[in-house]
Write a protein that binds this ligand. Structure first.
Ligand code: MG
Length: 458
């Protein structure tokens, strides 16, 4: 059977690999999965083709007898929060998150607000390829979908209520927000305004061509935002991705810090506020070893997970809860709010942490163990990549290893992750060491092990 869903929903280039015909047929399969009479909330980000795909999705759901509610433009976590709290049976979000502007996509949300599990994606794929279609009567499709224009307000209010707004207001914080020209614009500046944080907005006008920067928040794409933080003397900055479920944080000194760093600090902070939560956090194996080195001595257990936010959400749920879940790419889940990545919630927590501790963000980052990262990839076949994982396992067998997604080797002052990519024929290598020179020589060593064992016959 063919596959539609990738690691984060169905994605394609608008009008090319992602057509209204595909969206319609997929929506019928999604409608069949939720069942006749179910109530589904549909939303989208600013991307090209959003309105076209929304039309097709709504038609497909309706013809399967689903009762459709339209949330319109909103961040993915805003849709998820409304699905969870407003009694919907599920949601459909039209977004391609951080992909380049020509992409769009469709993802399916369960009634608990979390993306549906992999097994359920298989069910929808099966319906899709068998072209399962039910028959509805004219009465079932007689009425327009109901507009839910309160969705963003519900979401913004929930975030503001989650923190001590008075305390934050009393500090007169200043921030820079880079909304990536998409739906983050509709929530994060609003949240900050209500918390009394003076926000300078950048790329917060909605524009499907993403003229300000690419939709992925990186050190490079956030260069202007980082410069602004320093220029105006802001306390912090954040940069969202295209659907604002992620936030990459910038310190007061203009340093862009990856999500494993900000996630570590927020987890320590949240553990002190939400004391009833199990002292545990979940993070992908692509996160730095510093997460464990910093949090473990503070009595917080770190559970390594395979890469991918849906896996983290479901592991938190099945594992009996946690303080948080986070990813190095800027995804942060504040469990008391919702067990999914949430860019505006993360932003509010940063403000809360600064207000309550009275520390500078740059000072807090400086207190984390210092590591020098290298991220690279080597083109190779799936078989070669699997061989590489085995070879690295064997070569470093004297060290602690996590083998849930490739292999992660952990020494006292270095770590290396080697994993086959889920989307392209490459081997991904991520590593960190205590100096740039040590990181380089570690990479050379790992590469020579792989070349010797797996690429010798090339
Ligand atoms: Mg995203």
């Amino acid at each position: 059977m063919g596959r539609l869903f990738g690691t984060d929903g169905v994605r394609g280039v608008v009008g090319d690999t992602l057509t209204p015909e595909l969206a319609l047929r997929l929506a019928r399969a999604i409608g069949a999965y939720f069942g006749k009479g179910s109530r589904i909330l549909v939303g989208r980000d600013v991307r090209a083709g959003g309105a076209m795909l929304e039309g097709a999705v709504i038609a497909g759901l309706m013809v399967e007898g689903v009762k459709v509610y339209k949330a319109g433009l909103l961040p993915t976590p805003a849709l998820q929060y409304n699905v969870k709290t407003m009694g919907f049976d599920g949601g459909v979000m039209i977004t391609a998150s951080h992909n380049p502007p020509q992409y769009n996509g469709i993802k399916v949300i369960a009634s608990d607000g979390i993306e549906i599990p992999r097994e359920d994606e298989r069910v929808i794929e099966e319906y899709y390829f068998k072209s399962v279609a039910s028959k509805v009567s004219w009465r079932d499709v007689a009425y327009d979908p109901q507009l839910r224009s309160d969705a963003i307000e519900n979401y913004v209010k929930a975030i503001v209520d989650m923190v001590d707004a008075e305390k934050i207001r009393s500090k007169g914080l200043r921030a820079v927000v880079d909304c990536a020209n998409s739906v983050g614009s509709l929530a994060t500046p609003q949240v900050l305004r209500r918390l009394g944080v003076k926000a300078l907005t950048l790329n917060c006008d909605l524009n499907p061509e993403f003229p300000g920067r690419e939709p992925e928040p990186t050190v490079d794409s956030l260069r202007v935002a980082a410069g602004l933080v320093s220029l105006v003397g802001a306390d912090f900055g954040v940069g969202h991705d295209g659907d604002a479920d992620r936030a990459i944080v910038i310190t007061d000194s203009g340093e862009v810090i990856w999500g494993d760093r900000s996630g570590t600090l927020l987890t320590e902070f949240a553990a002190g506020i939400w004391r009833e939560l199990p002292r545990r956090t979940y993070t992908g194996v692509s996160s730095s070893l510093l997460v464990e080195q910093y949090l473990k001595p503070r009595g917080i257990e770190v559970v390594w997970t395979p890469v991918g936010s849906v896996v983290i959400s479901r592991m938190i749920q099945r594992g009996g809860g946690a303080i948080s879940g986070f990813e190095e790419n800027g995804g942060y889940m504040h469990v008391p709010h919702q067990i999914v990545r949430d860019g505006a919630m993360k932003t509010a927590l940063i403000a809360y942490m600064l207000a309550l501790t009275g520390k500078k963000l740059s000072e807090m980052v400086a207190a984390l163990p210092r590591y020098y990262p290298i991220k690279t990839k080597i083109p190779m076949s799936r078989e070669e990549a699997e061989c590489a994982v085995k070879a690295v396992e064997k070569h470093y067998n004297a060290y602690r290893q996590v083998r849930i997604d490739g292999v992660k080797v952990m020494g006292d002052d270095f770590w290396v992750l080697v994993r086959p990519s889920g989307t392209e024929p490459v081997l991904r290598i991520m590593l960190e060491a205590k100096s740039p020179e040590k990181a380089e020589s570690l990479l050379a060593q790992v590469k020579s092990v792989i070349e010797e064992v797996c690429l010798g016959r090339r």
